[in-house]
Ligand binder design. Sequence first.
Ligand code: AKG
Ligand code: FE2
Length: 258
Amino acid sequence: MRVGDSPVTVFPNYFTGHVPSTPLVLDSNVDACPAATRALLHFADDIGRAVGYDREQGGALIQDIFPVRASEHHQVSTSSKVMLGSHTETAFHPHKPRYVVLMCLRGDPPAATTYADVYDIIDRLSIESLAVLQSSEFVTTIDPSFMSNGEPDARVTVTPLTATPNGWMLVYDQLLMTGTTARAITALVELHRAVQSSTKHVVLQRGDVLVIDNHRAVHGRTPFTPRYDGTDRWLKRSLVVRALPTTDVVGRVLQTRL
Ligand SMILES: O=C(O)CCC(=O)C(=O)O
Ligand SMILES: [Fe+2]
C-alpha cells in the first residue's frame, strides 16, 4: 500500500465484504465485523505498525467509531450532533500516531471528515505568528477519550509547529489548546483562523479507507443526526506508528505517562 507524500490519501472501495447492522453499544469484547477488522489491520501493518493506547477503548488495535447516544455532544469520535473540532490525533501524547487510518463500513452524507494541510495553514500565517508557534508557549489538555474511566486531566506543554528534515510537523487541537503568553494567545487565534480557512471535506463511502498523515494534517468531522436503528455511520479506526517506541509500550499498546 502506498501512502503518498500528501496530507490525506483515499483508497476507494478497499473493503468489499459484508457489513452487518451498525452496532448500538460500544463493547470492546464484541466485534460485529471481524472481516473488516482483519482487513484494516492488514492495511495498517502494511504502512507501519498498528498500535493501541492503554487508556483508549481498552488498548484495542482496531477501534469502532459509530454514534453513541451518551456521547452525542462530546468531543470524541463517537459523537454525532456536534462538530468534532480540528485536531492532531492524541495531541497531548508523547507517542502520537503517524497515521490515522479510517475504514468506512457505512457512510452518512452529512458526516464529512474534515482535514487541513500544514502547508496551506502556514501560507496563511504572519511571519510573527509563524515564529511564536515554533515555541513551547502552549499547553494542551488530555483527550476526553483518555479520561473515560475517571482518569485525571493534565496540562501538557506543546510546540505547535516544528520544522523537521521531512517537512513541517503540526500539533494542534482547536478546543483543548491554549497559549501561555500574550503573544502565544495572539498567534493561536491566527492559527485557529488559518486552520479554519484551510479546511477541506471528504465524505467517506462504504469500503473506503482514508489515511491521514497525523504529522502534516489535522482532522475533524461535521455534525450529523444519528438514528440508532442499525443504519448509522460506522467506521473502523487504526492508529499507526512508523516504528514502535523503545519505552512506554506493552506489546503494541502505548502507555500514557505524562
Ligand atoms: O469520524 C471521523 O470522520 C473522524 C473522527 C476522528 O477524529 C477520529 O476517529 O480520529
Ligand atoms: Fe481524530
